[in-house]
Design a protein around this ligand. Structure first.
Ligand code: SF4
Length: 346
């Protein structure tokens, strides 16, 4: 199988082409055609000569995913089941009007399955099959934008979140490479401010992401004590809360960006008034905001969603400590697209 050209940054493409004797401007023309204009066939890059199109086709492939299925929720959310060339499947979720300013968000996957084993998450049941390549990560964006362009009322992707299947910082190189390509001014030119990478707490790569990219980070926190966090997130046995929060402070310091903490509220596990107080103490010295996500029940877990009054009281307790706290109700629950429920079945 030929290597995929989507894996290459502009700098890497330029190095390869200049070594082969081509002028530097050719790499910009090719990169712009593929990444900014969405051309997915070398023969259609009309800005370069025919012989170069043929040479590229002999050296590289350009596609790597197909849309196997798309399901639209009653709330407009669209779940895409995408098939890789080696017949694996991943899911990406398009969430229209997902933010307060009416912007649309695409949630993309970084791995096939996931090896982190978070107890509240359906993806964990798949185990880790393999990392997605850089090409497979960015293809989710290109393929789905092209699908949205063809709708009767075309839609745009404004925000990008790495919160689908997989642990992005467990696939650090390919994720970082995808960020470089998606943010490149000769390509899609997506602002880092519009991208959020989520992690369950791969501590060694958190501050590194702050230094090597300009994107936002979201930490899947979900508990205020090591005892509870270790019960529901095995990664806490490797990197505990103290080391995780230290890494978050470093991220914020290096990047001058606020950290987002995601907290899945699970009935009688982490939703007590005491949990809220402990959480407020834990986060009091970190520039952050907190997203409370009421647990989305699914067939692979016995956990329950807390009653609404418990959710509001939890939020109120944190607001009283002057923390920035939002309740995030997940979208697309009728098509198995809600947060924590991705496992390739509707
Ligand atoms: S919550 Fe994220 S890191 Fe944890 S098992 Fe699910 S996909 Fe993996």
């Amino acid at each position: 199988m030929l290597p995929n050209i989507l894996n290459l940054t502009l700098k890497e493409l330029n190095t390869i082409l200049t070594q082969k004797g081509y002028n530097s401007f050719r790499s910009v023309q090719i990169f712009t055609a593929i990444h900014a204009q969405g051309i997915n066939n070398f023969q259609n890059i009309s800005t370069i000569p025919l012989y170069l199109r043929e040479n590229l086709a002999n050296l590289y492939s350009i596609s790597c995913l197909n849309i196997a299925q798309d399901l639209t929720s009653s709330d407009g959310t669209i779940k895409f089941n995408l098939e890789t060339l080696d017949n694996h499947h991943i899911e990406s979720i398009f969430i229209p009007n997902s933010s307060t300013n009416g912007r649309n968000t695409l949630c993309i996957s970084s791995q096939i399955g996931c090896g982190m084993g978070c107890k509240f998450c359906a993806t964990a049941s798949l185990g880790l099959k393999r990392n997605l390549s850089t090409a497979e990560i960015i293809s989710q964006v290109y393929l789905i934008q092209s699908y949205l362009d063809k709708l009767a009322q075309p839609l745009n992707i404004h925000n990008l979140v790495y919160m689908g299947m997989g642990e992005p910082l467990h696939n650090y190189f390919n994720v970082l490479q995808s960020l470089k390509i998606l943010c490149c001014s000769y390509g899609k030119n997506i602002s880092g401010k519009r991208i959020t990478v989520s992690t369950s707490g791969i501590v060694k790569n958190i501050a590194r992401l702050g230094m090597e990219s300009n994107v936002n980070i979201a930490i899947s926190l979900n508990a205020a004590t090591d005892m509870i966090r270790s019960q529901i997130m095995p990664i806490n046995n490797k990197w505990n809360l103290a080391s995780l929060l230290e890494a978050c402070k470093n991220f914020s310091q290096y990047s001058s960006r606020r950290v987002t903490f995601e907290y899945v509220l699970i009935s009688n596990i982490n939703d007590s008034p005491k949990d809220a107080i402990l959480l407020s103490h834990l986060l009091k010295n970190i520039r952050c905001k907190i997203n409370l996500i009421p647990f989305n029940p699914h067939s692979l877990s016995n956990f329950q969603r807390p009653f609404p009054n418990k959710i509001y009281n939890f939020q109120k307790s944190l607001l009283n400590k002057n923390l920035s706290v939002f309740i995030r109700n997940s979208r697309g629950s009728d098509i198995g697209a809600a947060c924590g429920t991705l496992h390739l079945n509707p």
